[in-house]
Design a protein around this ligand. Structure first.
Ligand SMILES: *Cc1c(COP(=O)(O)O)cnc(C)c1O
Length: 231
């Protein structure tokens, strides 16, 4: 049962690690059940799915205004710049900022809407071939501009989000998490004025979260372990 697994996770996660329940591909009722067990942060990876769940909740709140009033949504998927308005008004954190183009679009949206958007930057360390994700140097350049210029006046940088290579080989997973931790710590050292906000290292999913915690995870994103395998 969803509530048993949530309770078990909370009993074993260190108090410094936030649990993000990844509810993608699962119905709104599963979110209600997890919320009932005390879970508050939920993450979605597709704009349309996030929006339909947010709208469902808005409907329920017409009857009951305080219903699930302290739920928080994170976005963790690839976000196209033409979909920002489906996502940014509703989420407390965009974890998956993976390109300069997306970052610039978020800054423009924030400026136009009078909002400061909370983000994590996503470096690419895993072995899979993808054009998404920053190199470490790109991340240091961005943060350099964030402290040295007005370029990101409507963005607040909270840390790093990453994924390990999709493999059973623990050596590879450890080396990826180690690389992500290294980027995170380098950012904090290079840019001490950001370090008050720059506190999150979002690593760890259902299959690898215990290892991620060894590498300093502050935020684990767990889907299938809580909700089952679906989709
Ligand atoms: C789906 C997803 C997760 C959760 O994965 P599980 O293996 O189901 O726990 C975590 N992070 C991201 C970015 C995802 O897309």
């Amino acid at each position: 049962m969803i509530s048993n697994i949530i309770n078990k996770l909370y009993s074993e996660l260190p108090s410094t690690v936030k649990l993000v329940a990844v509810s993608k591909f699962h119905p709104f009722e599963a979110i209600e059940e997890a919320y009932g067990a005390g879970q508050r942060i939920f993450a979605e990876s597709r704009p349309q799915e996030l929006l339909s769940k947010v709208k469902r909740l808005e409907e329920l709140r017409q009857e009951c205004p305080e219903y699930m009033s302290d739920i928080k949504w994170h976005f963790i998927g690839h976000l196209q710049t033409n979909k920002l308005k489906m996502v940014l008004p509703y989420v407390s954190l965009v974890q998956s900022v993976d390109s300069q183009r997306l970052l610039d679009a978020i800054q423009n949206w924030g400026a136009a809407n009078g909002r400061v958007v909370d983000v994590l930057l996503e470096p690419h360390v895993a072995a899979e071939d993808t054009k998404q994700g920053f190199s470490p140097d790109e991340i240091y350049d961005i943060l350099g501009r964030a402290v040295g210029t007005n370029a990101y006046s409507h963005i607040r940088f909270h840390g790093i989000m990453g994924m390990a290579t999709f493999t059973d080989d623990q050596t590879v997973i450890r080396s990826d998490f180690s690389a992500l931790r290294n980027i995170f710590e380098t950012c904090r050292k290079k840019f001490p004025t950001l370090s008050q906000d720059f506190t999150e290292l979002s690593i760890g999913m259902s299959d690898d979260y215990p290892i991620a915690i060894e590498y300093g995870s502050t935020m684990v994103r767990i889907g299938s372990m809580i909700f089952g395998v679906r989709g």
